[in-house]
Design a protein around this ligand. Structure first.
Ligand code: FEO
Length: 395
């Protein structure tokens, strides 16, 4: 598959319909993904990014059908992560002397990954590459989302090639934002931001304001995953500014794991208590061992407050909850409140452990949490209800 974005600019990437896990097992991709590469033809021709290594041969073969590879003048490597640079070794084997444009950090990471001495050309923000009538203007995008990340703006066609920023993990035969279901598009764009870009929110704000401040027209934003933004393309930049501003909705998420249903029953009572105190707030319950962890992280991103629940096991917490805590600690959420709860039979450490983790992860703790011994009876369930009411009042 290939298609034209505008005369002289073609998509030459790969749609990966089968992908269900990305970054190893770290990120669930329920709707597949795409690895977007772009061919820009003027008096000179530039290839922007490649695809993931399992598709390297298919990519290079397709590219060779699209253009004599020797007619590619410039190769742009916006980011060394394998999903975009994976076909570079095979491509550069065919055109070994062509220049590869990247950032100074890109030079380090590309050499680190592939151990090749290609004809690297290091660029920085503001550097320009003339293609003839049009030119590419490079913009370093450090930590969006790697230290080596880079974007470029194509004059004339007013295209921002944004690499990972503004992407979504979607496989679709309709590769423009106005041709896909907007609810699916924004669900995936939100999940992508929540799970990948949250820790870098201050840099997101700074970079978007820097690029928007240039007052350049933008007709297309072409990310390296998912659909191209051509209908009101800056809408996704506006969304990023909202998401980067310690985003929250009027939502409380109760996330728990349970061994014999005691902690689940506490979770449901706490939810009733919250709704009794505040019937406007959205309350969602997630059994973390039965839900997709990246989808739950996205719900944490949308929440103004969360409650984490686990029974005590071996003086600790259940392992699905440990994985969630590891993830939300790394993502550095801000402006969110939290509390913990759980059942126990003997020693009862889980609530304190959850409190400590949440506090270290940057959540503002509301109280010391709630724990109940053995299976919760009527008294413990009434206390859980009151705990939920109290929590709602404090958030
Ligand atoms: Fe950071 Fe799409 O790779």
């Amino acid at each position: 598959m290939k298609f034209e974005i505008t005369p002289g600019v073609n998509w030459v990437g790969k749609i990966d319909w089968e992908l269900r896990k990305f970054h190893g097992e770290e990120y669930s991709t329920h709707r597949g993904s795409s690895y977007n590469a772009y061919l820009v033809r003027d008096e000179k021709t530039a290839l922007i990014d490649t695809v993931w290594s399992p598709f390297a041969k298919e990519f290079v073969d397709n590219l060779a059908r699209e253009i004599d590879l020797n007619k590619i003048d410039y190769v742009i490597a916006n980011h060394a992560e394998m999903d975009h640079s994976g076909a570079l070794p095979l491509l550069m084997h065919r055109i070994p002397d062509k220049p590869v444009y990247c950032t100074a950090n890109g030079l380090k990471s590309l050499k680190g990954h592939y151990h090749k001495d290609w004809n690297f050309q290091v660029v920085k923000t503001g550097d320009k590459l003339s293609l003839g009538k049009k030119e590419l203007i490079f913009v370093e995008a450090m930590m969006l989302h790697w230290p080596d990340s880079m974007m470029e703006y194509l004059t004339g066609d007013a295209i921002l090639f944004s690499n990972d920023a503004f992407g979504q993990h979607i496989a679709s035969e309709h590769m423009f934002n106005d041709l896909v279901d907007p609810s699916e598009l924004f669900e995936e764009a939100t999940k992508y931001y929540a799970n990948i870009l949250t820790p870098f929110s201050p840099l997101v704000t700074k970079k978007i304001n820097e690029v928007v401040g240039l007052n350049l027209p933008v007709k297309f934003i072409c990310p390296s995953h998912g659909v191209i933004w051509r209908d009101n393309p800056l809408q996704i930049a506006q969304k990023y500014l909202q998401w980067a501003a310690d985003y929250q909705e009027n939502q409380i998420s109760i996330i728990y794991d349970t061994m014999w249903d005691g902690t689940r029953r506490l979770a449901e009572q706490i939810a009733h208590g919250i709704k009794q105190a505040d019937d406007k707030v959205t309350v969602k319950l997630f059994n973390i061992s039965r839900r997709d962890i990246n989808d739950v992280v996205t719900e944490v991103f949308k929440s103004k407050a969360i409650l984490l629940g686990s029974p005590t096991i071996n003086k600790g917490i259940l392992n699905a909850m440990s994985a969630l805590i590891e993830m939300i600690t790394g993502l550095k959420f801000k402006n969110k409140k939290a509390a913990a709860f759980g059942c126990y039979g003997w020693s009862g450490e889980s609530v304190k452990i959850l409190n400590d983790h949440l506090s270290k992860a940057g959540f503002e703790m509301i109280g010391d949490g709630f724990k109940a011994m053995w299976q919760p009876g009527d008294e413990a369930l009434a206390q859980a209800l009151a705990f939920g009411k109290d929590f709602a009042g404090k958030v």
